[in-house]
Structure formats: structure tokens, C-alpha cells
Design a protein around this ligand. Structure first.
Ligand code: URA
Ligand code: SF4
Length: 206
């Protein structure tokens, strides 16, 4: 039987360590998405990663397996990572804006994204990644805190509470819109260059 625990306030979530965070998300009922999930999907990878990729929400396969980006879009994401010599789990962490699958794979709505925000915020605070890559509009809007199109946000180093943030297309969108694939590859090269620049800067100040 699952323990019924009272919902946590965001101030309380901001104090959790990784094991507590995992437990809190697994039993969370803070938004309507909890009702139809098989399980909540917190994220996957190195909890001290330099790189954080943020998608939208678990889909059917993610909901079953408990890991983000394991379906078709995930295969493309793995290829995108490989194109900049990164690998799932090694110096990379992958998370989503919401941790529970929206029914029918619809986009999470603003209420759901807001309800789940303290968990992603806490993941980022615990991880302290060097660079965040937002995959698609839902993640971009959530991390930036303002509405804008992907086209207007690409190719810049933006900011999430002091951590550099780069925006690119969502892999599921790229599967449908091949014409933008080359742009996504440009964005990844830009992210890699930015990351290398950040490393150089960090080394120079040691
Ligand atoms: N799409 C997402 O945004 N996240 C996943 O985990 C899978 C598909
Ligand atoms: Fe809780 Fe987030 Fe799942 Fe909603 S999506 S029930 S806020 S873990």
C-alpha cells in the first residue's frame, strides 16, 4: 500500500536532498496528472551532471519504464547527444517540466507546469549543471518564465537563475519537421561551443 503523505510546499521541496526528492515525486498528488500515471518520472543520469537537458513530460513509454525519453523522440535525443559527444548518463542528466504523463500525450498546461516547478527547480539546485538545454517551447517558457517562440530564442545564451540556458527544438517536433533538424544541429554545436567557453573561463579563474 502506498503511504498517503500531505503535499509539500515549495519551500519544503527546496530543502529536500536527492533521496527525499525521489520519494516526494513518487508519491506526489499536487496536480491532476497524478491520477492517471503508472509512475512519476523524475529524471535520468548523473546527479552531478555538467549538462542538463529538459523536455516536456513523460509519454506512454516513459510512464511505463520510469525513464525520460525512451521512445522514438528519445532515440533522436540520444543521437543529438552523440553529435556533441555526449551520452545519456555520463555527465548528462535528462529531466522534464512535469514528472507525470499527461493523458493522450497532450502538452502539460500552465497549472501542471507550475505545480511541478518546485521539483525541477530543486533538481537543478542540487545538480548545479554548467549548462541547461531546453528542448521545445514548454521547457523554454517554464525555465525562462516568459512566453516566446523557439525561433526567437535560439542562438543565444539565456539565463535560468544564473545558469546559462540554451533553447532548441524538441526532438518529437524534429521527427515531424525534418526541415528544422539542421537548425537543431546548429543549436547543439552552439551549446557545445558555449560549454567549452564556460570551461575555459572557469579554468582561467582557478
Ligand atoms: N518527450 C518529452 O518531452 N519527454 C520525454 O520524457 C519523452 C518525450
Ligand atoms: Fe506532482 Fe508533478 Fe506529477 Fe503533478 S506532474 S502530480 S506536480 S509530480
Amino acid at each position: 500500500m502506498r503511504l498517503i503523505v500531505p503535499a509539500l510546499f515549495s519551500e519544503e521541496i527546496a530543502l529536500l536532498d536527492w533521496p527525499q526528492l525521489k520519494q516526494a515525486v513518487a508519491s506526489c498528488t499536487a496536480c491532476a496528472l497524478h491520477a492517471q500515471r503508472t509512475q512519476a518520472v523524475l529524471g535520468v543520469g548523473d546527479e552531478q551532471a555538467d549538462w542538463l537537458f529538459v523536455g516536456e513530460a513523460p509519454g506512454a513509454e516513459e510512464d511505463q519504464q520510469g525513464e525520460p525519453f525512451v521512445g522514438q523522440a528519445g532515440k533522436l535525443l540520444d543521437n543529438m547527444l552523440a553529435s556533441i559527444e555526449l551520452k545519456r548518463g555520463e555527465k548528462v542528466y535528462i529531466a522534464n517540466v512535469v514528472k507525470c504523463r499527461p493523458p493522450g500525450n497532450r502538452n502539460p498546461d500552465t497549472t501542471e507546469a507550475l505545480a511541478c516547478a518546485p521539483y525541477l527547480d530543486r533538481q537543478i539546485a542540487l545538480m548545479q549543471p554548467k549548462l541547461i538545454v531546453a528542448l521545445g517551447k514548454v521547457a523554454a517558457v517554464r525555465l525562462l518564465g516568459r512566453d516566446a517562440t523557439i525561433a526567437s530564442l535560439r542562438g543565444q545564451v539565456l539565463d535560468y537563475h544564473g545558469t546559462p540556458l540554451i533553447i532548441t527544438y524538441h526532438p518529437a517536433y524534429l521527427l515531424r519537421t525534418l526541415a528544422d533538424k539542421a537548425r537543431a544541429w546548429e543549436d547543439l554545436c552552439f551549446a557545445r561551443q558555449t560549454f567549452q567557453g564556460l570551461m575555459k573561463q572557469a579554468n582561467a579563474t582557478i
